[in-house]
Design a binder for this molecule. Structure first.
Ligand code: ADP
Length: 656
């Protein structure tokens, strides 16, 4: 099996998935929530705006009614007066040539005075004859004072008015334009405009006679009007589009009749706005950065004389009010809360949904570390639970496969071992058997026997070594290796091992040399095991070195308490680095070398390692593939106490 690089387990805590889910959450929710927020923001603004404009409209209506009421009343009053019996009697007198009855005049005056007492905004109440001659005049307030007959009221009536009234049928109403009251050609004062309501009197005999005229003090009415909102201007327009009431009206402003100096809507607003304001309908107009709310004052009279109440605000006033409004702020706050809360909830939910991941990571690491019994417990009822179940199933299967693989490997090992033992035991045995047969068949000829016995001895040694290795390892696995320690002539042991193997080396065409080994200090050791260590190492060197190569055994150290250092060098095929540790394990061959088939036990180095370590030493190897290997053995002068001395030795001992 090819060697695999160890799995590197990443320990960095990653948050990528969390971030991606968070981004997905943002991408999917924020635009919608923003639109919702904007919509809420805009709706609140629109609502406030509608409320404000609606409120102004309502106030304008109220103002229009407030103004319309006294005007309508004046129109009714003038009609009512024209029909009172005293007035019609006076008209009779005026029409006929009968001398004027002073009593009737007084009756009429009393009638007029009674009305004037009720109506504080009537400047004059007059009766004039058909030619314009004044007959009765009451001035409830004004420069002439109550009942004053002085001055020339008719002179105050412009000629045009008289002309217009002449064609007026009895009962019909004439309403003048708003006019300034002039006394002796002098404007009485700014902001004190008046209106005239006139009707023709039908005499008791049914003839058209003189006129009843009420001069209505519009200034008094107008000065009582106030804007309903500090940010909004109140204006009143007459039918011609001139301002009757305007916040900029000053002493110089002559009022509507003084049109050269008067202020009109046409000069201030563009034509479309002026058109719409002139229409006899209520209107809300946005134009030139202003909002104009108009309400017609209730129409009256045949001329359709009509005033109009106008409220004018800067458009930006609405934005300012919207911005300052608590209601709006509340709406915006709700929009923000509606955006932030779902986001926060989303983040919490993401954390909640991903809480299973650390458990899965922990389980994966445990399995990677070899704990195939580790299981994950996730009961989230979602895909995470599925994943955990799949993971647990995988771990179960891995454990099963592991057992199976181990069983297969063991089976193969057993087969290989049997094959090897059969091969390794049979080969030397065949040699020994052959030798014995030959000796027998030559009737124990001395010459022949002398020739053949060394070979049979070598084969026996090999067999014995193998059997001893197996026995030793078996014993060593059961407990500590038992050493039969005695004082050993180190050089002799090494030479013995080399001598044993020299024929093998020569057969293979190898040079086997022993260097720097003379006069080595003696050591306390198990001589048999020591020899087998060297036999194993030198045997391997011969086995894995092709003919023509060289095997060198060296030794050094061992003086002044120093450890003895042995080296077995060869010029063989070498060992790949990844096998350097494994070859010391039981059955640890460089497998690829023999195409997966064992040809040796792989027990020799295992024995060496155990034996060296039992002596308190160490063994290691340096090797370069294709160049050769050097096995190092370091042994102390004596093994660490307590050295165990065997009472009994079940080893097969070689013949001396
Ligand atoms: P065996 O030699 O019976 O296989 P060992 O435990 O002695 O068992 O050796 C284990 C393995 O180590 C050998 O199979 C061989 O692959 C490798 N090995 C041992 N010594 C050498 C050497 N000198 N040169 C190359 N390979 C070696």
């Amino acid at each position: 099996m090819a060697a695999q690089a160890p799995l590197s387990v990443r320990r960095v805590r990653r948050t990528g998935l969390r971030t991606k889910l968070f981004v997905a959450l943002l991408v999917t929710t924020v635009p919608g929530l923003s639109v919702l927020g904007l919509y809420a923001h805009q709706s609140a603004a629109d609502l406030i705006r509608d409320l404000m404009v609606g409120w102004w409209d309502g106030r304008a209506q109220l103002l229009a009614r407030t103004m319309g009421e006294p005007i309508r009343m004046a129109a009714d009053d003038v009609r009512m007066l024209a029909q009172t019996p005293s007035v019609t009697r006076l008209a009779d007198g005026a029409v006929g040539s009968a001398p004027r009855a002073t009593g009737v005049v007084e009756d009429v005056r009393r009638e007029f005075e009674a009305l004037a007492a009720r109506r504080r905004n009537y400047r004059h109440i007059m009766y004039i004859g058909p030619t314009g001659a004044p007959v009765v005049r009451v001035d409830p307030a004004g420069p002439w004072g109550r009942g004053s007959g002085s001055g020339s009221p008719v002179a105050d009536l412009d000629r045009g008015l008289l002309d217009r009234m002449r064609d007026l049928p009895p009962g019909a109403l004439y309403v003048s334009d708003l006019r300034l009251y002039r006394a002796g050609g002098r404007i009485e004062g700014p902001g004190r405009p008046s209106m005239r309501f006139a009707t023709r009197v039908r005499s008791a005999s049914g003839q058209p006679a003189g006129f009843v005229i009420i001069e209505f003090d519009a200034g008094r009415l107008l000065s009582g009007l106030r804007s309903p909102d500090p940010g909004v201007e109140l204006r009143v327009l007459d039918a011609q589009g001139f301002y009757v009431l305007h916040p900029e009206a000053t002493a110089e402003w002559g009022g509507p009749e003084d049109r050269n100096t008067g202020t009109g809507i046409a000069g201030e607003f563009p034509p479309p706005t002026v058109e719409r304001v002139r229409m006899p309908l209520p209107a809300v107009i946005e134009d030139a950065g202003r909002i104009v709310v108009t309400q017609p004052v209730a129409p009256f009279g045949p001329q359709g004389t009509q005033w109009r109440v106008m409220l004018v605000a800067r458009s930006s006033l609405i934005d300012e009010r919207v911005a300052a409004s608590d209601f709006h702020r509340g709406f915006v706050l709700v929009a923000i809360v509606c955006s932030v809360l779902p986001l926060a909830a989303g983040i919490l939910l993401i954390g909640f949904f991903l809480r299973a991941i650390p458990k899965l990571q922990e389980a994966a690491r445990a399995v990677a570390a070899g704990d195939l019994s580790h299981r994950v417990a996730i009961h989230s009822g979602d895909e995470m639970e599925d994943l955990a179940q799949d993971f647990n199933y995988m771990a179960t299967r891995l454990a099963e496969y592991g057992q199976l693989e181990r069983a297969i490997a063991l089976e193969k090992l057993k087969d290989d071992l049997i094959h090897m033992i059969v091969h390794d035991l049979r080969t030397p045995l065949t040699g020994i058997l052959g030798t014995l047969q030959t000796i027998e068949s030559c009737d124990y000829d001395v010459e022949v026997t002398r020739d053949l016995v060394p070979g049979a001895r070598r084969a026996s040694v090999t067999l014995m070594g193998l059997i001893n290795d197996l026995l030793d390892i078996n014993k060593m696995e059961a407990g500590a290796m038992e050493l039969d320690v005695a004082r050993v002539d180190t050089t002799a042991v090494v030479e013995e091992a080399v001598d044993m193997l020299r024929p093998l080396a020569e057969d293979k065409g190898l040079k086997l040399r022993l260097l720097e080994c003379e006069g080595l200090p003696p050591m306390e050791a198990d001589a048999d095991k020591l020899r087998r260590i060297f036999v194993n190492l030198i045997g391997n060197a011969i086995k894995f070195t092709p003919s023509g190569g060289e095997v060198i055994v060296r030794a050094g150290g061992g003086y002044d308490g120093q450890a003895l250092h042995f080296m077995v060098e060869d010029t063989g095929e070498g060992i790949p680095p990844e096998y350097l540790d494994r070859i010391f394990e039981k059955f640890g061959q460089v497998e690829t070398r023999k195409a997966g088939r064992l040809v040796s036990t792989g027990l020799g180095l295992t024995f060496c390692k155990m034996a060296v370590e039992a002596h308190g030493g160490r063994i290691w190897v340096e090797s370069t593939v294709g160049k050769g290997s050097t096995f190092h053995v370091e042994l102390p002068e004596r093994p660490p106490a307590p050295a165990v001395t065997t009472g009994e030795d079940d080893h097969v001992h070689q013949a001396p």
